[in-house]
Design a protein around this ligand. Sequence first.
Ligand SMILES: Nc1ncnc2c1ncn2[C@@H]1O[C@H](COP(=O)(O)OP(=O)(O)OP(=O)(O)O)[C@@H](O)[C@H]1O
Ligand SMILES: [Mg+2]
Length: 392
Amino acid sequence: MAPMPTKDQVLQALRGVVDPELGGDVVELGMIPDVTVSEDGVVTVGIALTIAECPMRSQIEQDTMRKVGAIPGVRDVRVETRAMTKTQRAEVMTTARLKARENAEPTLVNPLTRVIAVGSGKGGVGKSSASVNLALAIADLGHRVGLLDADIWGFSVPRMLGTEERLEADEDRIIVPVVAQGIKLVSTGLIVESEETALMWRGLMLSKALEQFLKQVAWGDLDYLVIDMPPGTGDIQMALSRLLPQAEMVVVTTPQKAAQKVAIRVADMARRSFMPVIGVLENMSGFECGHGEVYHLFGQGGGDDLAQSLGVPLIGRIPVDEHIVSGGDRGTPVVRAYPDNLSAQAFVTAARRITELVPPAQDETCTARVARLLEALDAPADAVPKTVTSLA
Ligand SMILES: Nc1ncnc2c1ncn2[C@@H]1O[C@H](COP(=O)(O)OP(=O)(O)OP(=O)(O)O)[C@@H](O)[C@H]1O
Ligand SMILES: [Mg+2]
């Protein structure tokens, strides 16, 4: 059994819960008046919201449940939400304003952007194919999507999206993502001349590359940033959780039961680094032949098993489809080239599931309105807008 979670661990996890409008996490903004951890691993988190009927309320509550629930040893999370007093509200706004002035934003990824890292414990299970097709499917649902190929040396996304464009930097040395098939893309494959020259860079900038891709790329206002993770559970994974505390993970696995050990390793790492697992995506599930018969080429049940042991949903099963292979080689991803294929439909279903589990952040929030209200109250009386009373 995992050891009892500490209060510090809970506060650390809560630093991953961001109030996007105020540009800070709920801890630094002073929105967490109390945290208690009971002996049987039940964590109670008190959250003080600017207004009780805050439209952000369910998002903040759900993020809190997910992030705190991901700490090993936590059996249950209870969230007690209450409204701030007027004085507390003013304090929070002061903190938020100070923060905004400090411009403490460490990356160029908008805090409103939901970050979905696609990982696995082992190579070749279909992370890149899934990242590309999920990113396109999420974009087709009407969201603004970016795709970061964090597989610095083993990049494969540019080929899969069929782009040979090159990344360029503007006069401030800020990199402008390439737009491929409607999504913003950044990959070392868009910098280096060939896969051979990429090898020469090995070791030179591995640790820095991800950081640069997050700090020097003009990602703009994205709803989702999908990150294709390299195989394994190493540096890049830890760096990601440090740089983007809001990152959450989709674990890709095969239906084969023996593959579970590795996948569990990733999930463990995700938990240690406070990166919650949103769900499991099983790839290379049954192959359906033209006659409707299904062959389980790579085993059966692995996705369900893993999802169950992690206590997260299975967000989809992607069948074996030769068009995933050929589409990846030719730059014609299956969700776009063969939308009627079972695999394409499975990707669309999984994408929809992801957007349900991690809905796009709302940008017009109660806190924004309260901020404007307080701003207005600071202003001379005759400058207070007429709508003020209806905001309270
Ligand atoms: N559902 C599928 N049906 C058939 N082939 C698939 C499927 N998913 C992935 N593949 C193929 O399996 C191979 C590995 O897939 P992919 O490159 O996406 O895996 P990966 O996990 O990103 O690998 P790496 O760990 O090397 O980054 C590719 O040739 C891809 O086309
Ligand atoms: Mg890959």
